[in-house]
Structure formats: structure tokens, C-alpha cells
Design a protein around this ligand. Structure first.
Ligand code: GAP
Length: 436
């Protein structure tokens, strides 16, 4: 059974060093989080698993890393200056702000319960604006990107010229985005600073529908392959009233969060909206000449756009389980080995000097290939529990017999079964167990 209460994961993550409230020593900065030693590894593994399937295993997608800061023209062309806003209302009684479209009852303030206390709705642009330049008040306006996508569109011609790709092909990017959300909520689900994993897939216009279906399936299966049970996921097509200003069709991959099914990722048909808009504002040609047909066309775009931080929360919630081992209750994170922060824990049975040199040798042997946690404190049972709780798939125990037989014990997180393995077969055995 996955976690049924967000608090189970929030408290585990704080206790074990996955996620901390940002600037906690100053009372915390609302809805902003820092990723600790384990959280930063897990987040990195989520992004690497995405890159592996979206870039490494394909020959039709290339990676870029565009700037976070950009000039107003980019957001004028993309439509974000005019359209990237939420309807905001203020409660005149308690002074809290809300998104009108997220209120259960738009006549009652959910904070203070006052009736008919809201101001008229106004559109609130979600982009963070700043000044680029050293002297206050004289710099050029700049924006922190609210999505990574525009970097792919503004670099379309550069990538086309330098990568020798032709449609259908994709440009992928992973990085931070910023939105001045009116109601950040649910821990790392909706924050003002977050990470996205987005890919713009450029296709001949008449292939757009087939690629849209293809990417909907691919993306849903990515979550299932990494261990989220299929019944905790669904693919939900947007109604016409939900579509973004650039989209003619979008489906969301939704995950069963403790508060109900909610969005993990959107797969959108962006048509030629962005390339045409940037071509019009920049005056540059953003199209493709097909030498086979002698035709020039503006490619259509299919965009799978996921949130890395939000997806990390989903993987944690799905992996969480409380079970019983030898009559004792334990908490275990059944994370996929590719996502687990540490792949293997090396645990000398005792802190005695006699065991330490061999235990370090084993750690070094494995650390060349995998992220290892080395832990020699507390009794072995407690150390196993700790590794279970942080999701480490395998524990390798070095004991006094190891000094004689040159073998170690491998313990499996999920089954708790133990097997004895010669040290010179250890790398091959853990490789088989982890699957890489
Ligand atoms: N380029 C398209 C785009 O940005 P989006 O649906 O607004 O589409 C894509 O964002 C994904 O980014 C979402 O499905 C979600 O996972 C993540 N995301 C968006 N806003 C977020 C926020 N405030 N906090 C955390 N993740 C967010």
C-alpha cells in the first residue's frame, strides 16, 4: 500500500534528509524547499531516468541547456506576457489571496469563512520579473522563465543547423522554472521554484496526431516502468475550456495523490504556434526545407512536459510502505533501483579495526560503479531498517567470517532475503540484482 497521507512522506523526508523547508533557521521561506543529501540524489536520479529514456535511448532527440533569464520579447512572442495569468481575488476581511478558479465556493472565503468578501477578480501574471544590470532602476527588464520550453523554440534554427536532425526530431531540456503561484500548496507539488523535464518534438504537420498518441503512451509507460502501479496513474484528455493558449489538444498523466488524481505531466499538441510566433517577432526564418519534396514548412510540435520535483513526490508516495519483518514493523521505500538515492549500503558487522580495512575495500570496489552508503554505527538490525526507510535496494554485510572465506552477505530490501557471495563475484551479482 502506498502512502495515504502526504504527512507520512513529508515527515520521512525531513527526518532522513530528503527535503527541508528552505531558510528554516529564519523561520522558513513559504513554499520553497531545499533538497538534502538523499533528496538531491533522488531528484538527480529522476532527471537521469528521464534523460535516459528521452535522449540516451533514442537517436531522434538532442539535449540543450538554455538560460533561465530571458528578455521580454521571448515572452511577448510566446504569449506569456498576455496570457500566462491566473484570476486572483482578495478577501477584504482576512486579506488572503486566492485563485478564483480553485475556490470550491466563490462566495465564501476558505480562510476566514466570511461571505461575499472577495474583490473583483483581476488577472495576475505568474512570471517573475527582474532587472538585468548593475544599477538599480536602470537595467533592462528580464524574466525568469516560467517554462523551459521556449529555450527549445528560440534555438530551433541553431539546433537544426548544428545537429543534422530533420523532422521528426526532438529537443529536450531539464532545468529550473519559476512561477509566482498564487496558491502554492501540497509540499513540493506546487511551488514557485521547481524543475521541469520538457521535450519539443518537431514533426511534419500531417504526422502530428499520430505522434501525439505515441507520446501519450510512451510517457504513461515511463512512470509504470519505474515502479508506479498502473492503477495509480491515468491519462486524462483536457476539456476545451482547460487548454492553454497554445494548445489544440492536451492529455495529462495524472497520479493518485492523497488528495485525489492530479497532474504529473502534460502532453500537448502545440501545432506551429510557437515557431510562427517567434518567427514573426524576431524576423528570423523558423521552418524546415525538405530536400526530398522540395517543400518548406513550419513543423508542428508535440510536447511532453513533466515536473521533476512533482514527479519525485509521486515516486516517494507510491514507494512508501509499512510492513512487518519478523514480528517487527518497518517502513520501507520500494523505490526502483534506478531512482534509489543509494544503490547499495556497505555495513561492517562491527566497528572493530579487524573488519574496517576489508569493509572499506568492498566499499571502494562498489563505489567505482554505484552510489554507496557506508554505515558502521548502531546494531545491524537498526542499520537495515534505516536503509529500508531510505530505499536502498541492497545491503552488503562484511562480517568476521569474511576475513576467512573472502565472502560477504547481500540482503535484499524488498524480500529481506540474504545470500552469501564471494567478493570476487560481488560486482557481477549486484549488477544482476539491480539490473544495471
Ligand atoms: N511547457 C508546458 C508547460 O510548462 P505546464 O503544464 O504548465 O506545461 C508542465 O507544466 C509540468 O511542470 C506540470 O505537469 C508539472 O509537473 C510541472 N509544474 C508546473 N507548475 C509547477 C509548480 N508550480 N510546481 C511544481 N511543478 C510544476
Amino acid at each position: 500500500m502506498a502512502a495515504t497521507d502526504l504527512e507520512q512522506i513529508v515527515s520521512l523526508c525531513k527526518r532522513r534528509g530528503f527535503v527541508y523547508q528552505s531558510a528554516e533557521i529564519y523561520g522558513g521561506f513559504r513554499s520553497t524547499y531545499d533538497f538534502g543529501p538523499l533528496g538531491s540524489l533522488l531528484l538527480r536520479n529522476v532527471k537521469e531516468a528521464w534523460l535516459r529514456s528521452m535522449v540516451q535511448q533514442r537517436d531522434d532527440v538532442v539535449l540543450i541547456d538554455a538560460a533561465v533569464l530571458s528578455p521580454p520579447q521571448v515572452w511577448q512572442a510566446s504569449g506569456h506576457l498576455a496570457n500566462f495569468s491566473d484570476p486572483l481575488v482578495d478577501c477584504m476581511n482576512c486579506k488572503n489571496r486566492f485563485r478564483l478558479d480553485k475556490l470550491d465556493d466563490p462566495s465564501i472565503c476558505p480562510n476566514c469563512g466570511e461571505k461575499n468578501s472577495f474583490t473583483e477578480a483581476r488577472e495576475f501574471n505568474l512570471m517573475f520579473k527582474t532587472q538585468a544590470g548593475p544599477v538599480e532602476g536602470t537595467g533592462a527588464d528580464a524574466y525568469l522563465r516560467p517554462e523551459t520550453a521556449q529555450g527549445m523554440f528560440t534555438n530551433f534554427a541553431n539546433v537544426l543547423q548544428t545537429s543534422r536532425k530533420k523532422p521528426p526530431f526532438g529537443i529536450a531540456q531539464v532545468g529550473k522554472s519559476f512561477r509566482n503561484e498564487i496558491t502554492p500548496q501540497n509540499w513540493i507539488f506546487r511551488t514557485r521554484e521547481f524543475e521541469q523535464m520538457e521535450m519539443e518534438f518537431f514533426v511534419p504537420p500531417d504526422e502530428s496526431e499520430q505522434w501525439y498518441q505515441y507520446w501519450c503512451n510512451e510517457r504513461l509507460n515511463w512512470y509504470i516502468d519505474l515502479g508506479i502501479p498502473a492503477d495509480m496513474l491515468l491519462l486524462r484528455p483536457h476539456g476545451d475550456d482547460e487548454l492553454s493558449h497554445y494548445s489544440t489538444g492536451t492529455s495529462d498523466v495524472e497520479f493518485k495523490f492523497p488528495w485525489g488524481f492530479d497532474e504529473l505531466e502534460g502532453i500537448a499538441q502545440r501545432t506551429d504556434f510557437d515557431l510562427k510566433a517567434h518567427a514573426a517577432v524576431s524576423g528570423e526564418r523558423l521552418d524546415y526545407f525538405d530536400p526530398q519534396t522540395n517543400e518548406r514548412y513550419v513543423p508542428y510540435v508535440i510536447e511532453p512536459a513533466a515536473g521533476a520535483t512533482r514527479t519525485m513526490a509521486a515516486f516517494l508516495l507510491a514507494a512508501y510502505e509499512e510492513d512487518e519483518v519478523n514480528g517487527e514493523s518497518r517502513t520501507v521505500l520500494r523505490l526502483h533501483p534506478r531512482l534509489a538515492p543509494y544503490k547499495i549500503a556497505v555495513l561492517p558487522l562491527s566497528k572493530k579495526d579487524t573488519l574496517t580495512p576489508l569493509a572499506h575495500e568492498v566499499r571502494k570496489l562498489l563505489a567505482d560503479r554505484y552510489l554507496i552508503d557506508y554505515d558502521e554505527t548502531q546494531n545491524i538490525g537498526k542499520r537495515y531498517r534505516r536503509q529500508d526507510e531510505i530505499g536502498t535496494p541492497l545491503a552488503v554485510t562484511v562480517d568476521f567470517d569474511s576475513l576467512e572465506d573472502n565472502a560477504v552477505t547481500i540482503r535484499d530490501r524488498d524480500t529481506t532475503e540474504q545470500v552469501r557471495v564471494p567478493i570476487d563475484e560481488l560486482l557481477a551479482t549486484v549488477g544482476d540484482r539491480l539490473g544495471f
